[in-house]
Structure formats: structure tokens, C-alpha cells
Design a protein around this ligand. Structure first.
Ligand SMILES: [Zn+2]
Length: 82
């Protein structure tokens, strides 16, 4: 998968989110996830992005991991069964 955000935005995102997946705290396979999907005109700026590992990112796209943003903080509802 190719990177969808600029190098600058990516570094800013890593710094802000402490180099770990916001949902599971994994530090490997990190990817930029869009809070508001690009297809819904979400922007590529850092305030529309969150740091996620590949697995959580995929779950999000499968609608198994719901993300809500409240006052600038992201909250997750994980519907996956383990
Ligand atoms: Zn994760």
C-alpha cells in the first residue's frame, strides 16, 4: 500500500500520536488512517488523520472498528471478536 499523505503530514502524525496505533498501541505496521474518508471529501491534513496499525486500519474499513472524535480526542469501539 502506498502512502497517501505527504512526508511532512506523516511525520507530524507520528509525533502527535506517539509512534503507536491509537487503538491497540502497536508500534509496527503503522499507517495513516483518515477520520473522514477521502471519498467523503476528508482532507489529508493531520487533523483529519490518525495513526493506526494495519490491522486496526483494515478493521476500520470493514466497519468493525468505529472511530469517534470528541473534542479532538479519538475514541474507538471495537466490534471484533477475539
Ligand atoms: Zn492497532
Amino acid at each position: 500500500m502506498t502512502s497517501v499523505v505527504s512526508e511532512v503530514a506523516w511525520r507530524e502524525l507520528l509525533e502527535r500520536d506517539d509512534y503507536q496505533c491509537l487503538n491497540c498501541n502497536s508500534t509496527t505496521g503503522l499507517q495513516p488512517a483518515h477520520y473522514r474518508a477521502r471519498s467523503k471529501l476528508g482532507s489529508d491534513s493531520v487533523d483529519n488523520l490518525l495513526l493506526m496499525c494495519g490491522e486496526c486500519h483494515r478493521a476500520h474499513h470493514d466497519h468493525k472498528l468505529i472511530i469517534k472524535r470528541i473534542k479532538g480526542h479519538f475514541f474507538f469501539k471495537d466490534k471484533r471478536k477475539w
